[in-house]
Design a protein around this ligand. Structure first.
Ligand code: ROI
Length: 162
């Protein structure tokens, strides 16, 4: 039997009751086939990155073990986004649910549908802080430490919700 791979998924929403969208998505991640949800971060409120004329986001990160291939996992995540009626009206515009595959074990993946580690990962405090909450000793595939990036991306206006 293949060995499970440790993955991290970023969640984000800023439409149609974002907190509920993210909590519901975390429940749905528990039911992914051939996968086990290991932990999830707190929810964080973040200022929108990109166009500013959109609501604040709710962000979180989940950690799971999966036997799914990266593309099979991506298919599952995109199916969940569809269940949440994701509309992509505008580039970098508001969305009901975004599920990003941030890390898939130590693999570097670059294909038409998928780039892993997620390209924005180390520059987005709304990804780094929830990720560090559940994996404070995380090392990226290139050997760099998450703590190094946290020092460069301060909490700022990012708010961890109780
Ligand atoms: N901004 C924040 N704060 N959180 C997100 O999840 C997020 N997602 C996006 C863009 C539009 C880049 N901005 C975001 O896709």
């Amino acid at each position: 039997m293949a060995e499970a791979v440790h993955c991290f998924i970023g969640l984000g929403s800023n439409l149609d009751n974002p907190t509920d969208q993210v909590i519901q998505a975390l429940k749905e991640l528990q039911d992914l086939p051939d996968s086990t949800l290991l932990s999830c971060s707190s929810l964080y409120r973040s200022d929108p990155m990109g166009p500013q004329d959109q609501p604040d986001y709710i962000n979180a990160v989940a950690m799971l073990d999966t036997l799914l291939s990266p593309v099979a996992l991506l298919d599952q995540l995109q199916a969940l986004e569809q269940i949440h009626q994701r509309k992509r009206l505008q580039h970098w515009g508001p969305r009901t649910l975004d599920l990003d595959l941030l890390l898939y074990g130590n693999q570097l993946i670059s294909c038409e549908r998928l780039t892993v580690p997620h390209p924005g990962l180390t520059e987005r405090n709304f990804v780094l802080w929830p990720l560090a909450e559940i994996a404070p000793d995380l090392k990226f595939p290139d050997g760099s430490l998450i703590q190094t990036y946290l020092d460069q991306q301060p909490l700022g206006t990012l708010q961890r919700l109780p």
